[in-house]
Design a protein around this ligand. Structure first.
Ligand code: TXA
Ligand code: MG
Length: 336
């Protein structure tokens, strides 16, 4: 297939003609990669079964892993999901932004978009290019991260092109993303807020807002298992570079690297000299922002393994831990 066309856009003032052209591609059932504040998404008309199937094919994504539907207005969220009072309060407080709400789906959302589930995940991104594209398309846009399934998520247009350049029609290049890790996903279908995936919005922000955020393991066994099944995307090795990832946990020694040439990323200084193969961040937020790009960068430097600082659970640290943990799993391990 021919290579994707890449359009560079000013993120604060995206060229209307280019946005209209990309929106037309969406309406035709084609695939358009676009920046959000978290990571780049691979977009298609969420209500068009054929277009959504193409997303799964391009990414090599298992069919049972549902997609997030992106909207530009809360009215559109109403049209595709059953929004209760809690949903409306959360939308008002945190949208647009990195919070995804899993709610009961309405029938207009094809089964393939929701991975066969009776729920749908919805979010309103804050990136001006994403909002402009959704508005101009006139349809909600289903978009997983724009990477090959299992690889580190893309936080700039080059990473999208590297994985999907010959599989999709258009890449909108709005520069590197701000947050760097995906949205926080909570399930609110049971009258509770259950964290399915930690992400760019810290759990503390939800708690300060008055929500009690539960983990699936806090629920009864039966309910917890149902909810875990509902987020199949969080089950396997994921976000992984081609080489091994080793976690350097607090109060633990530097991992045994067995004489291998290793790269490093993290906040603490490594106890060994790694020259150009070490990436240091000065805050959890910057670690999150550079996490996926760092994994891809060190992989390109040809290191045999990557040692990653396993940060504290505070704030976006929880999401960094989650991504690193999954990247460190062996191929078909499941989370215990
Ligand atoms: O920040 C983000 O969320 C990015 C940008 C592009 O918006 N998107 C993203 O999509 O990370 P994806 O497909 O890579 O991850 C979606 C996650 C998966 O873990 C999936 O299982 C979960 O959301 N999910 C989607 N629909 C769900 C549903 N109905 N019930 C439970 N989990 C759902
Ligand atoms: Mg993903």
């Amino acid at each position: 297939m021919k290579k994707a066309v890449v359009y560079k856009l000013d993120r604060w003032n995206p060229d209307e003609k280019i946005i209209d052209q990309a929106a037309e591609e969406i309406r035709k059932g084609h695939l358009v990669a676009f920046p959000t504040e978290t990571v780049y998404g691979l977009g298609a008309n969420a209500l068009d079964e054929g277009a959504v199937k193409r997303i799964f094919l391009a990414k090599g994504r298992p069919q049972d892993n549902p997609l997030i539907v992106h909207v530009a207005t809360t009215e559109t969220a109403w049209e595709i999901a059953c929004c209760d009072d809690r949903a409306l309060r959360l939308m008002e407080a945190f949208w647009p932004g990195p919070l995804t709400l899993v709610m009961r789906a309405k029938d207009v959302v094809p089964k393939v978009t929701r991975g066969g589930l009776d729920t749908v995940a919805v979010r309103m991104p804050s990136h001006p290019v994403a909002l402009a594209l959704i508005e101009a398309s006139g349809v909600p846009i289903a978009a997983p991260s724009a990477n090959t399934s299992g690889r580190p998520s893309p936080t700039d247009a080059d990473a999208v092109y590297e994985d999907l350049g010959d599989k999709i029609e258009v890449v909108l290049d709005g520069g590197p993303t701000d947050v760097g890790v995906e949205s926080t996903v909570i399930d609110i279908t049971e009258g509770l807020a259950v964290l399915l995936r930690p992400g760019g919005l810290p759990v503390e922000a939800l708690e300060n807002f008055g929500e009690t955020v539960l983990l699936p393991e806090d629920l009864s066994r039966e309910k917890g298992a149902t909810l875990k099944k509902r987020s199949p995307g969080t089950r396997y090795r994921h976000y992984a570079p081609k080489c091994k990832v080793l976690l350097w946990k607090a109060e633990e020694d530097w991992p045994d690297v067995d004489g291998k040439r290793v790269g490093y990323m993290g906040i603490r200084r490594p106890p060994v000299d790694l020259d150009g193969d070490a990436i240091l961040f000065d805050s959890l937020e910057n670690y999150a922002r550079g996490l996926f790009m760092g994994l891809r960068y060190l992989e390109k430097r040809g290191v045999e393994a990557i040692v990653a600082d396993y940060p504290e659970k505070r704030g976006v640290g929880l999401a960094i831990r989650d991504r690193l943990y999954r990247a460190s799993l062996a191929e078909f391990d499941e989370k215990p």
